[in-house]
Design a protein around this ligand. Sequence first.
Ligand code: HMG
Ligand code: MG
Length: 299
Amino acid sequence: GLPERVTIYEVGPRDGLQNESAIVPLDVKAEFVSRLVAAGLPIVEATSFVHPRWVPQLADAAELVTRLDLDGPTPLPVLVPNERGLDRAIDAGCRHMAVFASATETFAAKNLNSGLESQFAMFEPTIGRAIDAGMEVRGYVSMCFGDPWEGSVAPEQVVRVGTRLLDLGVSQLSLGDTIGVGTAGHVGALVDAFTASGVGVERLAMHFHDTYGQALANAHAALRRGITTFDASAGGLGGCPYAKSATGNLATEDLVWMLEGLGIEHGVDLDALVSTSVWMAAQLGRTSPSAVVRALGQS
Ligand code: HMG
Ligand code: MG
């Protein structure tokens, strides 16, 4: 059967806003995070301590987190690529963070100015020092299904990268379909490859982008394999500025609507979430790509 409850890991303020061409004002970002917390999202990824020249959209990370309740009941993790980012996150008072690895050589170069092997030299001291500082560290793996430059990515390659991160001490692996090319059968094969190598489903989260409209079907396939943590972004915001073919994430509203129908607990107030996404879309000057937001947002 399907799990009784799932945890939704909200990435809108980070994955969503990193990809906006306009820079969203600090007040709007802070209000966005607060409204998501108020809507019951149990964890909200707030921003990134990456190089401000690489992602100018989130260059105000340190200032943003001073507006947030970093010690409150809702964890507000931040993205951290390296020790310089860790120093900035620690100085700002962050308690939860995520590193992001690539499953492919090309994307490690494009996104991290690194390589498939050399990325671990960056992550090892970053994760080690973060754990010593008492932080909880999540590990993303990007390009887990396909890569715009290298094509289809074999599950074994993803397992190799993912288990290296687990060995370095990350508490959870989030498997990213960065460009949204995955399909339900491939999801099953990837989860099975992790299980076969001894990594249980309780250590895994799925991070789907909806480029090909498969994100919800993929989430259902993962649910059937027993996955209980799903990344999603309010209103379907998102993408990666270093992977041109990436569009928004699985919309949190689409996921919540499906979970409601399946009777799976999630703890999110759908009305509060939809009005947050409608408000955010107005801030950005366009409508949400989520069909659920459009359907419910009009009533
Ligand atoms: P680099 O240029 O190789 O950095 O970039 P470096 O280590 O050579 O340092 C160069 C200079 O940058 C130095 O300053 C550093 O101090 C500074 P200088 O000594 O010359 O004055 N520096 C920094 N400053 C502020 N914060 C930092 C930082 N690091 C170095 N953190 C780097 C390497 C990793 C920094 C760069 O490639 C980068 O920032 N990449 C981030 C790209 C990114 O954010 N991509 C989007 C997020 S990933 C994603 O969206 C996928 C995901 O959603 C999952 C999925 O969908 O699959 C997570
Ligand atoms: Mg992403």
